[in-house]
Design a protein around this ligand. Structure first.
Ligand SMILES: Nc1ncnc2c1ncn2[C@@H]1O[C@H](COP(=O)(O)OP(=O)(O)OP(=O)(O)O)[C@@H](O)[C@H]1O
Ligand SMILES: O=c1ccn([C@@H]2O[C@H](COP(=O)(O)O)[C@@H](O)[C@H]2O)c(=O)[nH]1
Ligand SMILES: [Mg+2]
Length: 211
């Protein structure tokens, strides 16, 4: 019998830098990613945004499944999200005519199987930014955002379920990367600018000045 061969990841970490951006619901991941895009030229991919776009895509076979999972704060099966991320990364590089790039992967991985699969199939991660924020602060932010976001999960019932998923399923991912020495933890309770200043300071230490 032929030996089973493991396929290489789609992207070589020598060419592609992946930074996972984690934190509880409403911790400010998207807000900080936007600042890092304009300040440091990263490409930003939010797994949640990609899933919402796929949910709305006409003809998607996953539309109903994604809708239900998001409302209940559950994690959509890994293959779906990983494929969306891999395709989006490829599209960004192709459109830029480049083989190298730096990606902020926001709100992913949220479960250990996603972390292992992404690193095997797509690209090993260099760092994990962890925006640390207590639930009462995140809840206040999400309820405020819910007044205008139109998101089906920015309501008290879904928020409670999202917090439960974060604690039970996503915190172990952060603990895993902490043991790998890859986590950069940032207090996310301050103003957006203060959180960003700290993020820049800590990223400079890990990636080099000006990164
Ligand atoms: N440091 C901050 N201080 C106060 N409000 C903030 C801060 N950062 C973000 N916000 C606000 O909190 C809300 C949630 O922020 P954001 O969308 O960036 O969080 P997120 O972590 O991406 O959330 P989700 O997990 O739901 O995608 C937004 O309305 C945003 O404007
Ligand atoms: O890898 C992922 C990322 C997200 N989801 C689902 O989407 C929602 C919203 O994610 P945000 O990061 O808050 O935009 C999340 O609660 C999950 O239901 C996912 O399944 N897998
Ligand atoms: Mg977000």
């Amino acid at each position: 019998m032929a030996p089973t061969t493991k396929e290489s990841p789609a992207f070589d970490p020598k060419d592609v830098t992946v930074v996972f951006v984690l934190g509880g619901p409403g911790a400010g991941k998207g807000t900080q990613c936007a600042k890092l895009v304009s300040g440091h030229g990263f490409s930003h991919l939010s797994a949640g945004d990609l899933l919402r776009a796929e949910q709305q895509r006409e003809g998607s076979e996953y539309g109903d499944l994604i809708r239900e999972y998001i409302k209940d704060g559950k994690i959509v099966p890994s293959e779906v999200t990983i494929n969306l991320l891999k395709n989006a990364m490829r599209d960004i590089l192709t459109q830029a005519g480049k083989t190298t790039g730096r990606f902020l992967i926001d709100g992913f991985p949220r479960k250990m199987d996603q972390a292992h699969s992404f690193e095997e199939i797509v690209c090993p991660a260099k760092l994990v930014l962890f925006f640390d924020c207590p639930e009462n602060v995140m809840e206040e932010r999400l309820l405020e955002r819910g007044k205008t976001s139109g998101r089906s999960d920015d309501n008290a019932d879904s928020i409670r379920k999202r917090f439960k998923t974060f604690v039970e399923t996503s915190m172990p991912v952060i603990d895993y990367y902490e043991k790998e020495g890859k986590v950069v933890k940032i207090d996310a309770t301050q103003s957006p600018d203060a959180v960003y200043a700290k993020t820049e300071e800590l990223l400079s230490q890990r990636l080099g000045a000006g990164f």
